[in-house]
Design a protein around this ligand. Sequence first.
Ligand code: UDX
Ligand code: ADP
Length: 474
Amino acid sequence: MNFSIKKICCIGAGYVGGPTMAVFANHCPNIKITVVDINQKRIQAWKSNDPAEFPIFEPQLDELVLNCRDKNLFFTTNLEKSISEADMIFISVNTPTKTKGVGAGKASDLKWVEASARQIAKFSNSHTIVVEKSTLPVKTAETIKKILSGSQENNSGKTEKSFSVLSNPEFLSEGNAINDLENPDRVLIGGDDEKAIDALSEIYSNWVPKNKILKTNIWSSELSKLTANAFLAQRISSINSISALCESTGADINQVKKAIGMDTRIGEKFLSAGPGFGGSCFQKDILNLVYLSSFYQLEEVANYWQGVIDINNWQKSRISRLVVNYLFGNVSEKKIAILGFAFKANTNDTRQSPSINICRDLLEEGAHLSIFDPKVENSKIKDDLQNDLNKIEVVQENGSWEIASSVLDAANGSDAIILLTEWDQFLNIEWNELIKLMRKPAWVFDTRSCIDFKSARKAGFNVWTIGNAPFFNE
Ligand code: UDX
Ligand code: ADP
């Protein structure tokens, strides 16, 4: 018997669950999709009539949600009802790196996945396909299976319930999520229940060509996700390590990037030097690989991947150090404009954003930061700067920070501008105007190599762009 999926429940209405289900709903008008979350505020925000109030910013998402909401796409906090009526349940909850206990700093915290599995075990009624969508360590499906197999009876204790567990990792890149979902390079479905795999594959085949739907065993699927992200992150650490060498030698990172990217074996993508990778996946996935390798006593493998993280941390701290050095070794009580707080452009997400580390370093040095980001909420910036990973308030001895309302506001009276996120609106800054507002010598530090550096130089700025020797005007 083939399962025909009529009702889907997605647990977790975040950066993964929201966009993924919006795309599913648009392509599958006959499937009722319910996105459920314990966070009432978040669900309320998804129901807002004003898309600007949606909890996440993602280009093109508004349109998709408005098109299907209350037709075949619903947002709710009613977990019991959504689970009990679903044929297929996606787990899209957060899985951050553990901050304490066994595996702290390395292993993923699976408490939300475990809670979801327990809720599914409790409320489901018949045969249910459970799909892991969150970024997870290898062998999580086994944990989910064990929890689910502990429950055999439905709420009324009559019929037996049963489960098939699949791994269907997300490969969406924030800011480009809708395109990634609409035109994926591949869809990966891991599992051992062929009927369940076919049921999920059928859903995707509404818009994804069949040859792009890859079926694997469950461990391959889970490990492929971690490996894909580790390889991508490795490219960034590689190019970032070379950016430092360019700055010392007089080579230009963009010329090197072009020269190596034209080698078709290397390719041109993911070769942009920057302030270090951020986002919810890269660091977490590599740490998972490191943890897994150590668990299997493969220390060389663990050390190899740890190196990618080490370079990333070094890149962030070397940027804050060089800013201080160029500002005569002292930023105490100087105003510094921070342009961009999100971990990349086109998202309001700040998870693992290099801006957090760089701002904290400068605050420790006593700087006064004026921070402008076009999409990140003020409360998020506050949370990121005031709390450390364990949510303990960090006392800033001397430094202070404020939210600026525009680029001009941030730059007014400052000694330096540090560009940390490559937002479009930063590409065409009127440097001639900006310099009039600043203390001299005025510096611009472009960690994304994206500004019109010639205009900035001409306007009178000292300019540092990543992967290039600094330019002094005076
Ligand atoms: C990533 C994966 O790309 C995606 O497939 C999914 O598995 C989740 O994780 P995401 O974190 O949203 O997506 O963004 P991505 O575009 O991969 O960027 C990650 C970080 O790397 C950002 O901080 C970005 O600025 C940085 N980056 C990216 C660079 O520094 N240089 C590059 O060339 C590309
Ligand atoms: P991701 O980037 O993986 O989507 P987010 O943090 O944006 O991560 O979203 C995860 C969502 O999952 C959050 O909105 C959180 O409230 C929700 N969540 C976590 N645990 C549960 C649970 N047990 N039941 C329902 N929702 C949950």
